[in-house]
Design a binder for this molecule. Structure first.
Ligand code: HEM
Ligand code: HEM
Length: 187
């Protein structure tokens, strides 16, 4: 089957808007745990933004499974291709897991899960302080893993853009004009 040269518009818009939202969520999360006075408004932003990320991540996953991504360059070392695949699926898993764990954590803590005004999400779990404590740790460790993976992903993206200049970055930036050029042969 033919592979496209670039990610399509839906994939690119979802990628860049979600990248901004997820980075914002990581900083909002850390700030709201660090500051008692700023916590109320930050958490009021954290919940609906997290719920929006969950919905967009489901849409994105379905879209990804229905549309093949552009191929990685043929000359990319095998370990880098495997690392790219593994880290992309880890990012998908965390984009889904982080909001679900946050939602389940508040349910287990018996907190109302207010999105805005009177709009609330139903509890996912019955109240249980031990489960709440466990999920709170899981949410914190998940956030650290997500942050580390995003940093690696960002480094790899810039390596493609500035060092290899192989079109991988352009395929997500939407600036790629043509299909990957085949290496010239002497024949
Ligand atoms: C992609 C989605 C999400 C990301 C990246 C994220 C990230 C974070 C981070 C970085 C923290 C600080 C953790 C720490 O320093 O221990 C945090 C805390 C928290 N998050 Fe999320 N979060 C997400 C979704 C959600 C959702 C959907 C909810 C609830 C509906 C939620 C509820 C909370 C709560 C209540 C805390 C405070 C926990 C505490 O008091 O220790 N999060 N989040
Ligand atoms: C929270 C931040 C981010 C997340 C969760 C994220 C997630 C992802 C995922 C899951 C893919 C795989 C796409 C697919 O195969 O469906 C991807 C691809 C890509 N991302 Fe990100 N991304 C983030 C931030 C960034 C940033 C900041 C950059 C660049 C500076 C970037 C550049 C790229 C590039 C170039 C690709 C294409 C890689 C390829 O062709 O295999 N991403 N991203």
């Amino acid at each position: 089957m033919n592979r496209p040269a670039s990610f399509d518009l839906v994939a690119r818009v979802l990628h860049w808007s979600m990248a901004l939202m997820i980075l914002a969520m990581l900083f909002i999360g850390v700030a709201m745990v660090a500051s008692v006075s700023e916590r109320p408004w930050l958490i009021a932003l954290h919940r609906p933004l997290g719920a929006a990320i969950l919905l967009l991540a489901i849409w994105r996953l379905v879209h990804r499974l229905r549309h093949r991504p552009p191929p990685l360059p043929d000359d990319l070392p095998r370990w880098q291709a495997i690392a790219a695949l593994a880290s992309h699926w880890l990012l998908y898993a965390l984009m889904l897991a982080m909001p679900l764990v946050g939602w389940a954590m508040l349910s287990a803590g018996n907190y109302p899960i207010v999105l805005f005004g009177d709009v609330r999400l139903p509890a996912l779990l019955a109240p249980d302080p031990a489960v709440y404590a466990w999920l709170r740790d899981a949410h914190g460790w998940g956030a650290r893993l997500l942050f580390a993976t995003v940093l690696l992903h960002l480094s790899a993206a810039l390596y493609h853009a500035w060092v290899r200049r192989d079109g991988v970055f352009a395929s997500m930036a939407g600036t790629r004009r043509h299909a990957p050029v085949e290496p010239e042969s002497d024949a």
